[in-house]
Design a protein around this ligand. Structure first.
Ligand SMILES: NC(=O)c1ccc[n+]([C@@H]2O[C@H](COP(=O)([O-])OP(=O)(O)OC[C@H]3O[C@@H](n4cnc5c(N)ncnc54)[C@H](OP(=O)(O)O)[C@@H]3O)[C@@H](O)[C@H]2O)c1
Length: 295
């Protein structure tokens, strides 16, 4: 398939390029190549490259910044997605779009994973903008895949967030200071390589629709940090914090665990338990570090 990847140098985008490049004709696009907030730029990309499938990894997703900078947030996460959806429809291309667990969160007593048929109810500007993006895709196109993911980490680090949680924890441990991590937000950290493989499998099916695609199981950010240190053989001074302790601007869901029910229903859920995925990530970053040391 001829596939354009928007945000190809981001965290998930770069793993998609690695996973798909041997089996597809890829057009990896960075923000220097395409600006999703510009209809001219988006239309030109579709006209020039004529992809059969467009994968949109672009996002404005610094969750606290989104609270104040609502216009750029919506420009990328909602209107930019609308522009992509319209252009894909005009050029007869399929659109694959990434969304988030943060489309949920208003149910404060929730303790069972959300499935795709649960009604979204975001509680911050980022989540509202991502839900608007999803709705534009569903309203404007018939041939789409929307994948909701959660707590992504990959070796490239999130371009939009300036790194990833695992790297942040490892850096803080190296610095030797006490570390405090919130223990009242339950989620599923998810390795971008696994999502890239899941996407590779899904696009072969032509089964369009909305999918949850996270690792299996769940934990709090504190429990995730504790497991990162356990697997890395580190013993920093790790303590529990509560939401709000760091003066965060955005409200975050206390529980945003997703179940990959739609993938399960088509026999395609290949996501592994989150602590196994973490182990694979730690191995990958180790071999990446060793390779770059040899160069
Ligand atoms: N990271 C998470 O924990 C998480 C959780 C749930 C859902 N998601 C969703 O998963 C997707 C991928 O996330 P990620 O962590 O891989 O993101 P990322 O590393 O921040 O990558 C985003 C990519 O999009 C590009 N981009 C940003 N704004 C753009 C624009 N206006 N026009 C064109 N390209 C633009 C960025 O380019 P530059 O580098 O040049 O800015 C970057 O290559 C996003 O849709 C995000 O909302 C992420």
């Amino acid at each position: 398939m001829r596939i354009a990847i928007v945000g190809a140098d981001g965290q998930l985008g770069s793993d998609l390029v690695k996973v798909l490049r041997s089996s597809h004709d890829l057009i990896p696009l960075t923000q220097a190549d395409i600006e999703v907030t510009s209809p001219d730029s988006v239309q030109a990309m579709l006209r020039i490259h004529q992809p059969e499938l467009v994968m949109n990894m672009a996002a404005f997703h610094k969750v606290d910044v989104c609270e104040d900078e609502v216009e750029p947030t919506f420009a990328v996460n909602a209107y930019g997605v609308r522009t992509l959806a319209l252009a894909c429809r005009a050029h007869n291309a399929v659109l694959l779009h990434m969304s988030t667990d943060y489309v949920f969160g208003s149910d404060k007593t929730r303790s069972t994973p959300y499935v795709e048929t649960d009604a979204p109810a975001p509680i911050n500007a980022y989540g509202i903008s991502k839900l608007a993006g999803e709705l534009f895709v569903q309203y404007l196109t018939d041939r789409y895949y929307i994948l909701r993911v959660c707590g992504l980490y990959g070796v490239a680090g999130s371009a939009g967030k300036g790194g990833n949680f695992v790297e942040l924890m490892l850096r803080l441990a190296r610095e030797g200071k006490p570390i405090k991590v919130v223990d009242d937000q339950r989620l599923t950290p998810t390795y971008t390589v696994d999502v890239a493989h899941q996407i590779a499998a899904l696009i072969e099916t032509g089964r369009y629709g909305l999918y949850h695609a996270t690792s299996q199981g769940d934990c709090t950010w504190y429990e995730f940090a504790a497991e990162i240190f356990r697997q890395s053989g580190l013993t920093p001074d790790l303590g529990r914090a509560r939401t709000g302790d760091f003066g965060e601007k955005a409200t975050r869901p206390a529980y945003s665990v997703l179940e990959n029910k739609a993938l399960q229903s088509i026999g395609l859920d290949q996501m592994r338990p989150w602590h196994e995925a973490l182990e694979a990530y730690l191995k990958e970053r180790q071999s990446t570090t060793e390779r770059s040391r040899k160069l």
